[in-house]
Structures are given as structure tokens and as C-alpha cells.
Design a binder for this molecule. Structure first.
Ligand SMILES: NC(=O)c1ccc[n+]([C@@H]2O[C@H](COP(=O)([O-])OP(=O)(O)OC[C@H]3O[C@@H](n4cnc5c(N)ncnc54)[C@H](OP(=O)(O)O)[C@@H]3O)[C@@H](O)[C@H]2O)c1
Length: 280
């Protein structure tokens, strides 16, 4: 979808972290934005900021794990702006822990928010897009969905699911005028879940693993929609050769990741949390 001016986007996870940057970037392209997350205050703040920059944005507080809210999100968008042209499934949660210590409820919640809700929202916006022969869906996945990071196995599974969903749907939509892209950031600094879980605890991502910013992720989303990109990796060092090598030899990939220090970084997060829990 090359022309974004005057079109309408739903951005989930828009109350904090990467989501507000995606909303700002799409707003700068002249899109109307519907901001979705649980925190009404966070959404109102982002909507007010976009409004004062002359952009059109509304806050739509909703818990995506409550599927009864999904129809309402789409209906309210259509009432306000006419049609949904772009859906950015960005909302996400994680839990960095030893898998055997996770509860069934936490596991279900991660899969639900990260994967199922985005799939169900996509199902709700697709018929209108197909009727108009125009539209785009973006999943914000993660490099963790390409190379599962340790202590985040359920998160990695949800992200791999998003990638597979887009691969499949994209083929199905070929020639319809409706596109689908998956955007996979690496470690995101400045704000977002890694900044909250790692950096704010004094734990830094390994230098050789690279990092990116919410602004770079937001630009990648705009380009992915305009160019109808299939899969975009957002990370400073070139990830593609590493991912290709990893497909040829997963054992070699694990060796490289250990040499770079990726598992050790996540272990530090887990050990820090475990030690805090013991001292409480
Ligand atoms: N940060 C990174 O390093 C990184 C790297 C790769 C990929 N990603 C992906 O980027 C996306 C955004 O992550 P982030 O770093 O910006 O995370 P974040 O700062 O933790 O923000 C997550 C967003 O999702 C919303 N959310 C969480 N649970 C929700 C629910 N049940 N219903 C509705 N909204 C919900 C949160 O809002 P409320 O709490 O107000 O509901 C918030 O707006 C995620 O899909 C994540 O997997 C992040």
C-alpha cells in the first residue's frame, strides 16, 4: 500500500514502548490512527501528542486477551474513520524465566496476546480490505522467532508463530491487493520490553548481537507497508547471513550465539529476578 495519506491504521500495544513510535511514524505519513492497549492513560497521552502535531488519533482501551473486545475495536474504527486500511499487531508480552517454572496461565497469556489476538483481529479486518482490494497487515514479531532465545521459549514460540502466519497468509493474499509483512526486531534499546527487563537492571545486550531503536522499528513498519515487504529484520549488524548459516547448521548457530554471549545475557536476567525473589 504505497499511499498512506488519509488512510486508517489500528496499532496495538500503542500505550508505551515501540507502539507509540509506530503510531507517530504512521501519523507523520498522514494516517488516522486507532491506538489500542489496556492502559487508557497511556493511550490518551499518545493520542493527545499526535493530536497536537495535527494528526488524527483516538484511544481505544482494550484487553486483547479478552476476545469479546476485538469486534468492538474494528467497529469503533470504522465508525470513526470509515475503514481499516492497516493493522499493526504490535502488542506483546514476555516472561524471561526457566521454562519449568512458568505457570500454565502465563504460557496461555503470552500465546494469546502475542499470537492469537493478532490472528483474530486480522480475520476481522480482512474481509473489508479484500472488498476494497487494498490494505495491509503487519505482525511485529522478533528475531527470537527466527532463533529462539533461551529462557524465553514460550515468547519465541509465539514469535515463530507470527512469522509462519504471515508467510502463509501472504501467499494466500497474493494478487488480492492486500499485503502482509512481518517485522523482526533484535534487542530494542531506549524503550520497550528489553529496556525494561535488561537495561534498566544494568544488563546490556551483547555488543556483537547488535541492537536497534523503537524509531528504527517504526521506520521499518512504514517501509514494509509501502514496499509490501515479506519479512524485515531490524538490527544493526547484518542478521541475514547469520540466519542463513543457522539454517544450514543449527549447532554452529548455537556455538556462535554462545560466543557472542546471548544465552549468558538472558541467564543474567533470570538470575537477577530469582535472587530478588529469594530476598523478598
Ligand atoms: N523491546 C524489544 O527488545 C523487542 C524486540 C523484539 C520484538 N519486540 C516486539 O515488539 C512489540 C512491542 O514490544 P515493546 O518492547 O514495545 O513492549 P512493551 O514496552 O512492554 O509494550 C507492550 C505493549 O503491549 C500492550 N499490551 C500488553 N498486553 C496487552 C493486552 N493484554 N491487551 C492489549 N495490549 C497489551 C502494552 O500496553 P498495556 O500494558 O497498556 O496494555 C504496551 O503498549 C512486541 O510484540 C514485542 O514482542 C520487542
Amino acid at each position: 500500500m504505497k499511499e498512506l495519506e488519509g488512510r486508517t491504521a489500528i496499532v496495538t500495544g500503542a500505550s508505551r514502548g515501540i507502539g507509540p513510535q509506530i503510531a507517530r511514524a504512521l501519523g507523520r505519513e498522514g494516517m488516522n490512527i486507532v491506538l489500542v492497549a489496556r492502559s487508557a492513560a497511556g493511550l490518551e497521552q499518545v493520542a493527545a501528542e499526535l493530536g497536537s502535531a495535527g494528526q488524527h488519533a483516538i484511544a481505544m482501551p482494550a484487553d486483547l486477551s479478552d476476545h469479546s473486545t476485538l469486534d468492538r475495536i474494528v467497529e469503533a474504527t470504522e465508525e470513526q474513520f470509515g475503514a481499516v486500511d492497516l493493522l499493526v499487531n504490535n502488542a506483546g508480552i514476555t516472561a524471561t524465566r526457566r521454562f519449568e517454572t512458568s505457570s500454565d496461565e502465563e504460557t496461555a497469556q503470552i500465546i494469546d496476546v502475542n499470537l492469537t489476538a493478532g490472528i483474530l483481529l486480522t480475520k476481522r479486518v480482512l474481509p473489508g480490505m479484500l472488498d476494497r482490494g487494498r490494505g495491509h497487515v503487519v505482525m511485529i514479531a522478533s528475531l527470537a522467532g527466527k532463533v529462539g532465545s533461551p529462557y524465553e521459549s514460550v515468547y519465541a514460540a509465539s514469535k515463530a508463530g507470527q512469522i509462519a502466519f504471515v508467510q502463509s497468509l501472504r501467499e494466500e493474499l497474493h494478487g488480492s491487493g492486500v499485503g502482509a509483512s512481518v517485522v523482526c526486531p533484535g534487542f530494542v534499546v531506549e524503550s520497550g520490553m528489553w529496556a525494561d527487563a535488561g537495561i534498566s537492571q544494568g544488563i546490556r545486550q551483547p555488543r556483537l548481537a547488535g541492537a536497534t531503536t523503537p524509531g528504527a522499528v517504526a521506520s521499518a513498519v512504514v517501509h514494509a507497508v509501502q514496499r509490501d515487504s515479506a519479512e524485515v529484520y531490524v538490527n544493526r549488524p547484518p542478521m541475514r547471513p547469520m540466519l542463513v548459516l543457522g539454517e544450514l547448521s543449527p549447532r554452529f548457530r548455537s556455538w556462535v550465539l554462545r560466543r557472542i554471549g546471548v544465552p549468558q545475557t538472558f541467564r543474567k536476567v533470570v538470575e537477577r529476578a530469582e535472587s530478588e525473589a529469594r530476598s523478598e
